[in-house]
Design a protein. Structure first.
Length: 93
């Protein structure tokens, strides 16, 4: 008998809570702030762990001044033909 009474009271309380929640309204800014909070809370590890890792790596890196020495491989750039030559070759076609 005690189990039946406890189950009845729990179900009655849940039904009344459900009815009360259906009539409960919050303004739109509260929903927006709640959504933003949930987004930050669910991605907290991704946001702040990558930020902390990049700060640690940046502080561990030593400045490399030796890389300013000239390299042994020369850099060459092809020189295009002048515009006048290109225009004459187009008119000849």
């Amino acid at each position: 008998m005690k189990v039946w009474l406890a189950c009845f009271l729990v179900l009655f309380a849940l039904a009344e809570l459900f009815n009360w929640l259906q009539e409960f309204n919050l303004p739109l800014p509260i929903y927006i702030l709640g959504g933003a909070f949930l987004a930050v809370a669910s991605n907290y590890d991704k946001i702040f762990s990558s930020y902390a890792d990049s700060n640690i790596e940046a502080s561990l890196e030593q400045p490399q001044l030796d890389s300013l020495t000239p390299s042994t491989n020369p850099i060459s750039f092809p020189i295009a033909s002048p515009v006048e030559d290109a225009q004459t070759s187009q008119t000849d076609d």
